[in-house]
Design a protein around this ligand. Structure first.
Ligand code: MG
Ligand code: MG
Length: 280
């Protein structure tokens, strides 16, 4: 029998603050996606995100991250991971070209409450396998979100993510070393939210649970390595990788996807899951 403690629950008022942060995150990611054309550098995208943070009166969750636990402080407000980079890519002079598969991860706090989300897209005209990998990862994220419910367990989410990826005829890799996480006044809170799992295992999901669900999926092997910059995680076989993430809240009336513009209503409804916004 599972015996692990349940997750620290957030109040309705706290979740509403996280929704405000989540909207800044989601809208900024859409702006970055629109700006990511051939010829644009990843540093230029990061600068655009910095401007959005300033306009919103928000604080980057990423800038300086890691200094407290022995890593070089992260030097940007976005993680931009291109092609065989899985996560934690550092924006810089890299010029995006037609066909690049780009993952952008972005987080801010607003009034001390965090939102965290990631999207993957192809710059210009991409290859069919790259598009399919991103779409399979996005679908796996939504499968995980749809599996989260009050009274369920963290393992239900990983099971759903894993099942979604394994059901694809392509033999994708699922990165296991990095996971989703609880989120609140810290970007990373307990518990971890693995992308593989067994139903009915792990922490109990309660009303007020706020977590980030973020599958990382590869076109080849999921074996990975970290570059000398101590941040950028790449596939060892140089295969393409995708990363999608949303921050969600279990409100008691359903699921509220805090970093999605529509709160997740369209995708949840399509999956027969109750959409549970608060005060909107
Ligand atoms: Mg993130
Ligand atoms: Mg995250």
């Amino acid at each position: 029998m599972p015996r692990r403690a349940s997750i620290g629950a957030k109040s309705a008022g706290q979740i509403l603050k996280m929704r405000a942060a989540g909207l800044v995150v989601g809208r900024t990611l859409q702006a970055l996606r629109e700006a990511a054309r051939p010829g644009v550098t990843t540093a230029e995208l990061d600068q655009l995100a910095r401007e959005r943070i300033a306009e919103a009166g928000a604080v980057s969750s990423f800038l300086g991250y890691g200094a407290g636990f022995g890593l070089p402080p992260f030097p940007a407000v976005t993680c931009i991971s291109v092609n065989s980079e899985i996560v934690h890519g550092i924006p810089g002079d890299r010029v995006l070209v037609d066909g690049d598969l780009v993952s952008v991860d972005f987080g801010v706090s607003l009034d001390a409450w965090h939102g965290d989300s990631a999207i993957t897209f192809v710059v210009g005209a991409g290859s069919a396998p790259a598009e399919a990998l991103s779409e399979a990862t996005r679908q796996a994220m939504w499968a995980g979100i749809a599996a989260a419910r009050v009274g369920g367990r963290i393992g239900d989410i990983g099971h759903a993510v894993e099942t979604s990826i394994r059901s694809n005829p392509a033999r994708y890799g699922i990165v296991s070393e990095y996971t989703g996480h609880g989120i609140g006044t810290q970007m990373h809170e307990s518990p971890d939210v693995p992308n593989l799992g067994r139903r009915g295992r792990g922490e109990l999901l309660v009303k007020g649970t706020c977590i980030a669900i973020e599958p990382m999926v590869t076109l080849g092997s999921a074996a990975n390595a970290t570059l000398d910059d101590e941040w950028t995680v790449v596939t060892r076989d140089h295969s393409l990788a995708a990363h999608w993430e949303h921050t969600i809240a279990l409100t008691g009336t359903g699921v509220w996807v805090l970093t999605a513009e529509d709160g997740g209503e369209a995708e949840l409804t399509a999956r027969g899951v109750k959409f549970g916004p608060l005060g909107e």
